[in-house]
Write a protein that binds this ligand. Structure first.
Ligand code: SF4
Ligand code: SF4
Length: 442
């Protein structure tokens, strides 16, 4: 088969490209289910917002699908037991999304088979009879968060009825090491479209747009279902940065999301394809979000698409793939450009984990020592939101908060492209994250 070059190299600003060949072939590999681990570690906080309180304690027996953590705040999203078993402890563990220790429920899996608990279900054929608020409440009860990586509570975004004119489904598969979105489109088109229809009902939008990098005819069943559901299919140019919500809205609707604002402020609500799928499973099957598809990449095995329970330690995934965990030099969780390395293989997956990459000792480490800035300007040229990463880094180092504001550090979308192109291996994104936090503190 002849590979189209543009499919594997994403075109960025300034004439740069992002090499997406790392996932070459993964698009054609069906999901394989990873057996449930002996121990699941479920973080109480898997969303943007305040942490949940545990609803169970050490020694309690839990059934798969049972709610085990929830919180009072509008931004809280409950978490559910991914397996049936016994709670051994509530303790802290390294959270791959937060990059810090966070409280989690440790569940030892039981050997007996018990039917999982399910939530109340909606009839997809009677969607128009369902109240939007009831649907939004059910999405929250199913524990659905944004599965594109951010973990923003899905029910909050689905409550923007007063603002929303457009629902945009982000299926751009823009991360160079993530192919699970593609497989979802191939393998679960019915659920995916059912989820989009439910989201459109909740938001009462005038238009639904399905944004994809795929070419017409690549997913015939999905395309036919989208057409019947009245969802517009938009084919987007191959670019990594356009996968960001704000830039996707600009690309599709030609509307700029102003500094400090979000897509709903300009009438667009953007959801990832996996979120739409999780919404359908929650509403129509009563299945809370306790598992998801991910892409696993390593030189040991080549790429794979796996279906894994939330809370599964990465050690279990490696062992399932036949890789002795102590031979792995480092594990990178999520996007290769935006994600980060975790300190050990016992770190568990969270709802928003879309990818794991395992590197062997022969592969070049991106954590080599930084060299001095050579003033090449590449970071400024590639930045998709046209800010000046190198100047922001210098201002951040000097603690010049006023200058950070003048340089619009808060406009950074955390895409990681500046670090990616830097010939001196400077981790600019670390400086940018600190700069954003300082500006937001005021
Ligand atoms: S991480 Fe921020 S500063 Fe760096 S290229 Fe992306 S948007 Fe620009
Ligand atoms: S890309 Fe790196 S070396 Fe070039 S100006 Fe930016 S920080 Fe300096």
């Amino acid at each position: 088969m002849r590979l189209r070059r543009d499919k594997y190299h994403f075109q960025e600003r300034g004439g740069f490209t992002v090499d997406a060949t790392v996932k070459r072939g993964a698009e054609h590999l069906p999901f394989q289910r990873v057996p449930d681990p002996e121990l699941c570690v479920v973080f109480l906080r898997q969303h943007i917002g305040p942490p949940n309180e545990p609803l169970v304690g050490p020694g309690d027996r839990v059934t798969e699908g049972q709610k085990i953590g929830d919180g009072e705040g509008h931004m809280c999203v409950p978490v559910h037991a991914p397996v049936t078993g016994r709670v051994t402890k509530i303790d802290t563990a390294y959270h791959p999304g937060l990059g810090a220790e966070s409280e989690a429920v440790f569940i030892e899996r039981a050997s007996e088979e018990i039917p999982p608990l399910r939530l109340s279900r909606f009839d997809p054929d009677r969607l128009q009879d369902a109240e939007p608020d009831a649907l939004v409440g059910a999405v929250r009860e199913a524990g659905v968060v944004g599965l594109g990586g951010a973990g923003f509570p899905a029910h909050v975004k689905l409550s923007f009825r007063d603002k929303a004119e457009y629902l945009v489904i982000n299926a751009k598969e823009s991360d160079p090491n993530v192919a699970c979105d593609v497989r979802l489109k191939q393998e679960r088109p019915a659920e995916l479209v059912a989820g989009i229809r439910a989201m459109a009902r909740m938001l009462n939008v005038k238009e639904c747009i399905f944004a994809t990098r795929a070419q017409r005819g690549e997913f015939p069943e999905l395309e036919e279902r989208l057409r019947k559901a009245g969802v517009e299919l938009a084919h987007i140019r191959p670019s990594y940065s356009v996968g960001s919500d704000k830039l996707l809205v600009k690309e599709l609707l030609n509307v700029e999301v102003p500094c400090g604002a979000y897509p709903p402020d300009v009438g667009a609500v953007v959801h990832n394809v996996f979120t739409a799928y999780a919404v359908a499973r929650g509403l129509y099957d009563g299945e809370p979000l306790t598992s998801r598809g991910i892409t696993f990449i390593s030189r040991y095995t080549g790429p794979r698409n796996l279906w894994v329970k939330v809370g599964t330690p990465m050690r279990h995934v490696l062992e399932h793939m036949g890789i002795p965990p102590d031979t792995v030099q480092r594990l990178v969780v999520a996007s290769m450009l935006m994600g980060g390395a975790v300190p050990h293989a016992d770190v568990p997956l969270v709802k928003a984990t879309a990818a794991i990459s395992a590197f062997d000792p022969q592969e070049r480490s991106p954590y080599e020592r930084e060299r001095a800035c050579i003033r090449c300007g590449y970071c400024n040229m590639v930045c998709p939101v046209s800010i000046y990463p190198v100047l922001i880094m210098e201002a951040e180092k000097r603690g010049q908060r006023g200058k950070l504001r003048r340089l619009h550090a808060e406009d950074c979308i955390d895409c990681g492209l500046c670090s990616y192109v830097c010939p001196s291996l400077i981790k600019l994104t670390g400086y940018l994250r600190r700069a954003m936090a300082e500006v937001k503190q005021g």
